[in-house]
Design a protein around this ligand. Structure first.
Ligand code: C2E
Ligand code: CA
Ligand code: CA
Length: 637
């Protein structure tokens, strides 16, 4: 079985390409942002072994050519090393797959035992057959005899293990990624087959390259946005986990620009350049992450940037210059890594919670309170989630408070506004500013409204049954809720089921800027109005007011915000302005309600400014809705 061919046919081309490709991969993983999961080290080791294997392959052929005295020991040794490195790659490949499949220890042990046994068997057989000259060997004249080919047996055994893993636990890997792995394995196998048919061996190492390339592409690569220099948010979690495990402290800077945080909007070119410089010029080893269109987070290791406060100041200065140019609103949060947040790996929601509580166009330096407020946020979120899941309209965690409203015409309290509070086991009473924004953002607001409406209807029914004069009680509704198709149906049903007349209920809504909201709102309001429900325009005078649109909506009552009550107190001119606005509304048959009437002075001015209703601390702070009978009067009295 002469195999002179074995050495004659060899060319180092295959091995050289493998070595070159491996170096290319090393360059890529050091210049790109790669997710440094535990598997990343396995991946790097595989690249290392590939380089070593290819080297050994080249050398053992070179050694052979250099032998003149018929002693081939060196050739044997290097050849065995070559096999050892190749099989190390296969062994690591099994570990790698077991890792990404997150196999339980119980399932891991037999697989790893089998793989290790194959590995050892191949190596020992290789050594033994070389020593006893029963396997691959070279005779005195240098002729190669293949003998018993343990390599092929071992290789096939590994393929069996790998294919078994891929089939038995296929559900644990994202299907497309699995197809990627499979595909590259098939290609590798084809290369081996083809070279075998041609009595070649130059491309054996090359056939190990493809699955490694697949790993890099499918699992470890996190492409940059080349213009911005940011990587996607998914990679942030990897980095935080890595740093936390390795106890690496980092500093971060988070920039949020609400104007740009819209689908389809892009950061302008020059601003992109500035932001790109944030990560590459000002910091060492910084990575920029893009959370959404208008939100980026820069993270840099603290030890590489000991003077990070200076660097941050330089960034802020250059950002300020940019700001003067573009005038985009912004919020900036700056701080150092915090163990508790790193452990939970929740920087994005942590930072978003800070944004929720900070003013626009400001810079916030992290403080200990931020963590507490975040924990509170998470707790409230959990409770809200539970309230929604249970969907119990009598849920005791949602409290209906109310504020009686003074009716000037009748000189009595016969209307009121329902106001929500939460009473949570760990926090006690929670006020609207702490949970309404969260509930709106997370889509929980409608269930809360339903509960308040239910409790309000219960109280209305109770008051009517007790003989009280109830004109109506208003409930606050968020514009977001109106977007839902089921809105009118839900409201209808609750009022119907409690058996009170529709006219006893009113809904307060604030204006919305968006055109599509406007038409939708109009439709829903008209639908509910037909059934007798009254509508209040809430918070008139805060910021945006489009008269034309207000007139187009069939409101019954316009609620003048406390800011207008305050403004009317500053000078005569302001009082005239507020007064004539109110006058215009009442001439157009709207009733005007002043909110935030705190003292006699406020009351007097409001009465002079066409008030129909007055509400505020002067009359009552918010009280539990069941105490409303203290303010309302009986019909016969
Ligand atoms: P809003 O609808 O403008 O409610 C009036 C707020 O002004 C209430 O605060 C009330 O306690 C407060 N207030 C009443 N009189 C005075 C006064 O004389 N002086 C001052 N400075 N303030 C006064 P509250 O209860 O904390 O509610 C805050 C906001 O939370 C409400 O503003 C409303 O937008 C929202 N909210 C409350 N309950 C609900 C609800 O059931 N659903 C929804 N969607 N939002 C609610
Ligand atoms: Ca209101
Ligand atoms: Ca209001």
């Amino acid at each position: 079985m002469g195999q002179q061919i074995y050495f004659d046919n060899y060319t180092p081309v295959g091995d050289l390409i493998v070595i070159a490709t491996c170096f290319v991969m090393i360059i890529l993983v050091t210049t790109s942002y790669v997710s440094k999961t535990k598997n990343f080290r396995l991946f790097l080791n595989m690249i290392g072994y590939l380089i070593l294997a290819s080297f050994c392959d080249i050398i053992h052929h070179q050694l052979y050519l250099g032998v003149t005295d018929g002693s081939y020991t060196g050739v044997y040794v290097v050849r065995i090393l070559y096999h050892a490195f190749l099989f190390s790659i296969l062994l690591l490949y099994v570990v790698y797959i077991v890792e990404i499949q997150r196999l339980e220890i119980r399932k891991r042990i037999p697989i790893m035992t089998i793989a290790s046994l194959i590995y050892l068997t191949v190596l020992i057989t290789d050594i033994v057959t070389a020593v006893r000259k029963t396997g691959f060997r070279l005779d005195r004249t240098g002729k190669a005899v293949s003998g018993f080919n343990i390599f092929l047996v071992g290789y096939l055994a590994f393929i069996v293990v790998i294919v078994y893993l891929m089939i038995a636990y296929r559900d644990r890997i994202y299907k497309r990624a699995m197809i990627g792995f499979y595909g590259t394995m098939v290609v590798s196998f084809m290369v081996l087959l083809i070279q075998g048919r041609h009595g070649q061996s130059s491309f054996t190492a090359a056939s190990f390259l493809f699955p490694v390339i697949a790993m890099m592409y499918l699992i470890h690569s996190t492409p940059y946005d080349v213009e911005l220099g940011a990587v996607s948010i998914a990679a942030l979690k990897d980095l935080v986990k890595y740093d936390y495990d390795k106890k690496i402290n980092f500093v971060f800077m988070s920039l949020y620009m609400p104007d740009l945080d819209v689908e389809g909007r892009n950061i302008p070119k020059e601003l992109q350049t500035t932001i790109r410089h944030f990560s590459s010029e000002y910091f060492k080893n910084a990575v920029l992450f893009q959370v959404s269109n208008g939100h980026v987070i820069l993270i840099a290791p603290k030890k590489n940037n000991p003077d990070y406060e200076n660097r941050l100041n330089r960034i802020l200065n250059s950002f300020q210059l940019e700001y003067e140019r573009y005038q985009f609103d912004y919020k900036v949060v700056i701080g150092e890594s915090i163990d508790e947040i790193s452990r939970k790996n929740e920087y994005v929601s942590f930072i978003q919670n800070i944004y929720r509580n900070m003013d626009i166009d400001t810079i916030h330096l992290l403080e200990p309170d931020d963590v507490e407020s975040f924990n509170q946020y998470e707790y409230i979120l959990e409770e809200l989630n539970d309230i929604c899941k249970k969907h119990d309209l009598h849920d005791e965690r949602v409290l209906a408070y109310c504020q009686p409203v003074f009716n000037i015409k009748t000189g009595k309290y016969d209307t009121a506004e329902a106001l929500m509070r939460l009473k949570l086991p760990d926090l006690g009473m929670v006020f609207p500013d702490q949970f309404i924004p969260i509930a709106e953002e997370q889509g929980y607001i409608h269930v809360l409204t339903e509960i308040i409406l239910q409790k309000t209807c219960d109280e209305i029914r109770h008051l009517i049954e007790e003989g009280y004069e109830v004109n109506r009680i208003s409930v606050n509704v968020s514009v977001l809720e109106l977007r839902d198709d089921g809105f009118t149906g839900d409201i209808d049903q609750i009022i119907d089921d409690s058996g009170i007349p529709n006219e006893k209920v009113a809904i307060e809504i604030t204006e919305s800027r968006s055109d599509s909201d406007f038409l939708m709102m109009k439709g829903k309001i008209e639908e509910l109005k037909e059934r007798g429900i009254k509508f209040y325009l809430d918070d008139f005078g805060t910021g945006y007011s489009n008269m034309e649109r207000i007139m187009e909506l069939p409101f019954d009552i316009i609620k003048f915000d406390r800011s207008l009550v305050l403004a009317s107190d500053t000078d005569r001119k302001s009082e005239m302005m507020v007064g004539s606005l109110a006058n215009m509304f009442s001439e157009l048959n709207y009733s005007v309600l002043y909110e935030g009437v705190e003292n006699d002075g406020d009351e007097k001015r409001c009465i002079n400014m066409s008030a129909s209703y007055l509400q505020g601390y002067k009359y009552s702070r918010p009280i539990p809705i069941t105490d409303l009978d203290r303010f309302f009067s009986k019909i016969d009295a």
